[in-house]
Design a protein around this ligand. Structure first.
Ligand code: URA
Length: 257
């Protein structure tokens, strides 16, 4: 097998060995690249790097060989952000407010997969893989999203039941696949699982039942969580996670076929 065939998947990793990066960019074999590195021809972010085994981050580092920029031809980036409050899910904001793009600084253009309200925190994916983004946000994908809603008052069992049975919103009924509180608590914290992504869906569902949400966090998206990623930070998805998302799309295609 051509060893360069693995390039898309390898590039989901945060860092690559410099000789490998150069090979993927078509500069030369790894051995030749080691020679180039030792000769001082390779710079990373403007600094000559002579150490074999140095690592580069393909999303951020700028690599040149003899002054000429080199870049891997094409790559998909898959990013998991733990979105903080006061940050909007858009690529650009005319009013100069902080956007998710200000937090995720990568050289390639990536786009948010769906959206979270400005005051909603938690998991948000970003990618430049248009097919996957489209698949994940399409209503038919029914991707599972789990939210933790902190309410201003405790919720009754009846209302949890109503969320599960479905409530009528102005743009059609909305239903939680699951809605639960932790037993023994003051019932102000509700875990809600939905399989669609209409705007302000969760807030509108609670509003319909007379509850105001004080804090909303998305704690799960298609089985992924922000575990290990601090608020405001991000990481690349692991290859297995990308495969998992793609397999959800494939499954959906087959069930709709
Ligand atoms: N539902 C909402 O009301 N807001 C979000 O940000 C996400 C889901």
């Amino acid at each position: 097998m051509d060893r360069l065939e693995t390039k898309d998947t390898e590039l989901h990793q945060e860092t690559l060995r410099l000789n490998r990066y150069l090979a993927l960019a078509g500069v030369g074999s790894r051995r030749k690249n080691d020679e180039l590195i030792l000769s001082g021809a390779v710079r990373v972010n403007g600094t000559i790097v002579k150490e074999l085994g140095s690592k580069v981050d393909p999303g951020r580092d700028r690599v040149t060989v003899n002054g000429k920029p080199v870049q891997v031809a094409h790559r998909f980036l898959y990013i998991l952000l733990n979105k903080p409050k006061d940050c909007i899910t858009t690529v650009r904001d005319e009013r100069g407010r902080t956007t998710v793009m200000d937090l995720v600084r990568v050289r390639d253009r990536v786009y948010p997969v769906g959206r979270l309200d400005r005051d909603t925190t938690g998991i948000l994916l970003l990618t430049n893989d248009g097919d996957l983004a489209h698949g994940l946000t399409h209503p038919s994908s029914e991707i599972e999203k789990m939210y933790r809603a902190r309410l201003e008052k405790g919720i009754t069992d009846d209302d949890l039941q109503r969320l599960r049975r479905g409530v009528r919103l102005s743009d059609g009924p909305a239903k939680a696949r699951e809605a639960a509180v932790i037993p023994g608590t003051r019932r102000k914290e509700v875990f809600l699982t939905v399989h669609e992504g209409r705007n302000h869906l969760v807030k509108r569902m609670f509003d319909k039942l007379g509850y105001t949400i004080r804090q909303l966090e998305r704690v799960g998206f298609a089985g992924l969580t922000t575990e290990g990623v601090a608020r405001g930070k991000w990481r690349f998805l692991r290859q297995s996670e990308v495969q998992h998302l793609k397999s959800l799309m494939d499954k959906k295609k087959h069930t709709h076929a």
